[in-house]
Unconditional design. Structure first.
Length: 277
């Protein structure tokens, strides 16, 4: 009798067992990533690993209670009180956990949708022979987007912050910090994009044997970015993503086509061979 089982190995490659023979997937390497793919995985993990147990506890509690009430109704020596108390006690705790998880999931979804929106803007650069990568994985972090264009290499971090209910959503960049019209101020995205740029510069140097300048960029979907005169002292661009493709396309050419292909080849190979911990 023939049967088949589809399993997943650690490499996430499916294996088909058909009868006595084992057929391996023809896909050896990982695929290049889509915008927001890391956040998609985090959302799935939150829902499947964290939220689902609490949902099952609630459901099972009421199933047991309902079963006992059934036995009581049909006079089968029931004891519904114990299960009812258990269900009433556990349910509020589970709902509190689920609401916390729901808030985190909504935050991740907003970030993922922002990365996908920026990714769509960047895809237009392929018409100018640019190489566009999304969601570059690394240990403990990821880079949202990397663009390899004639004007250079760009590391792009997307920050999808919620906007205030009233007034123009504005972020002011003074070269060292970001000040938002909502009253919030931070420099963490600046530190992050600089660290990501340094990491990518090192990776490219190690894989190609060549050194290239990396342009750090932070984009805020839905926000108006306003750099001050002091922002000129910083190498970081802070922009609304709608204008980013134009900025990149209109910048002075710095890279030869051969170098663009070289960097793109090694970055692609890195992503495809990357193994999750």
């Amino acid at each position: 009798m023939y049967g088949f089982i589809v399993g997943l190995r650690a490499s996430a490659q499916p294996t088909l067992i058909l009868g006595k023979g084992i057929l391996k997937s023809p896909l050896k390497d990982n695929h290049l990533r889509n915008p927001g793919e890391s956040l998609d995985r985090q959302i799935d993990e939150l829902i499947n690993s964290k939220a689902m147990p609490y949902i099952l506890i609630i459901v099972m509690g009421f199933i047991f209670a309902g079963f006992e009430w059934y036995r009581w109704y049909f006079e089968v020596k029931p004891n519904p009180i114990v299960y009812t108390i258990l269900a009433i006690t556990v349910t509020p705790y589970c709902f509190l956990k689920l609401f916390a998880i729901r808030k985190e999931v909504r935050h991740l979804i907003q970030g993922r949708d922002g990365e996908k929106a920026v990714g769509q803007y960047l895809e237009s650069l392929r018409e100018t022979s640019a190489k566009v990568f999304h969601d570059i994985p690394a240990k403990g972090f990821n880079i949202d987007h990397v663009v390899i264009a004639k004007s250079g290499i760009y590391v792009i971090e997307t920050k999808t912050y919620s906007k205030p209910d009233t007034g123009q959503p504005k972020v002011i960049f003074d070269g060292t910090s970001l000040k938002f019209s909502s009253g919030f101020s931070t420099n963490k995205p600046l530190i992050q994009v600089e660290a990501s740029s340094n990491w990518l510069r090192t990776l490219i140097k190690e894989t190609t044997g060549k050194s290239f300048a990396i342009k750090p960029v932070i984009v805020f979907p839905g926000w108006f970015a306003e750099p001050t005169s002091d922002a000129k002292s910083s190498d970081i661009w802070v922009l609304n993503p709608k204008g980013l493709p134009t900025f990149i396309a209109n910048s002075k050419e710095k890279m030869a086509a051969e170098d663009m292909s070289l960097v793109a080849f090694h970055l692609s190979r890195y992503v495809r061979s990357y193994k999750e911990d």
